[in-house]
Ligand binder design. Structure first.
Ligand code: PEP
Length: 250
């Protein structure tokens, strides 16, 4: 039995006062929401601020990690730094990083390896664009994104990891994948991992991300291979995010 996981990706949003208000709002909105693991990924400068106000029941994650270890890499934040700050998770390969910052499958795989080496749980984001879906290439795209991680980290790559299926066409658009559409890809992801490592695949938490709201979360999370969510916009609203967490706990 896999414990559900709901993660909030705050992206590049917030100022100190707003972050503190959101963290405090989450702390009270999430009282009694169990059993579900919950994490938030604030912007780097606000990691400690959020941690102080959100309380110990919510884990922290980084939205990205550097390709490099510590050293002369101006502007970068290493996986070791995130681990030292108390992060448990690190998102790698979010579609915005892939599309806006030129992160290839190979770069993402190296970042995944950095996160693992630092003792973080990597959260590998995978997903196809609308044109790739329309061309019938969803499984080819998602399969290649996963294969790059196996090529970099070996067959045990996903033993302590999370995969988030985030169809690019569903992120921030208000158009979530239907539960059936998402389940089909989640089952494919689990089978792809199982082909290399059956026990890791059974334990692997595969999150769905893309326009999840409290109102559509329950049906998505009821699918066999959907083990929680990676939440963008709705994670900036404490009541809405808590509603999503409750749906995962149900
Ligand atoms: C995301 O950014 O990972 C995401 C899923 O965003 P949203 O929930 O806003 O679609």
């Amino acid at each position: 039995m896999r414990q559900s996981l709901v993660m909030g990706n705050w992206k590049m949003n917030g100022r100190r006062a707003g972050v503190q208000a959101l963290a405090a709002g989450l702390k009270s909105a999430l009282v009694g929401v169990s059993p579900v693991e919950i994490a938030v990924c604030p912007p780097y400068p606000f990691l400690l601020l959020a941690a102080a106000d959100i309380g110990p029941g919510v884990a922290l994650g980084g939205q990205n990690v550097s390709l490099y270890n510590d050293g002369a890499y101006t502007g970068e934040v290493s996986a070791e730094m995130l681990q030292d700050l108390g992060c448990r998770f690190a998102i790698v390969g979010h579609s915005e990083r892939r599309a806006l910052f030129g992160e290839t499958d190979e770069i993402v795989a190296k970042k995944f390896a950095r996160a693992r080496a630092a003792g973080l749980v990597p959260v590998l984001c995978v997903g196809e664009t609308l044109s790739e879906r329309d061309a019938g290439r969803t499984e080819a795209v998602v399969g290649a994104q996963i294969a790059a991680v196996f090529a970099e980290c070996g067959s045990g790559a996903f033993a302590q990891a999370v995969i988030a299926y985030e169809p690019v066409w569903a992120i921030g658009t208000g158009r979530a994948a239907s539960p059936g559409e998402a389940q089909t890809v989640h089952a494919f992801i689990r089978a792809t991992v199982a082909a290399q490592d059956r026990s890791a695949a059974e334990a692997l938490r595969i999150l769905y991300g893309g326009s999840v709201k409290a109102q559509n979360a329950r049906e998505l999370f009821a699918q066999n291979d959907i083990d929680g969510g990676l939440i963008g916009g709705a994670s900036l609203d404490a009541t809405e995010f808590a509603g999503i967490c409750r749906a995962a706990a149900a």
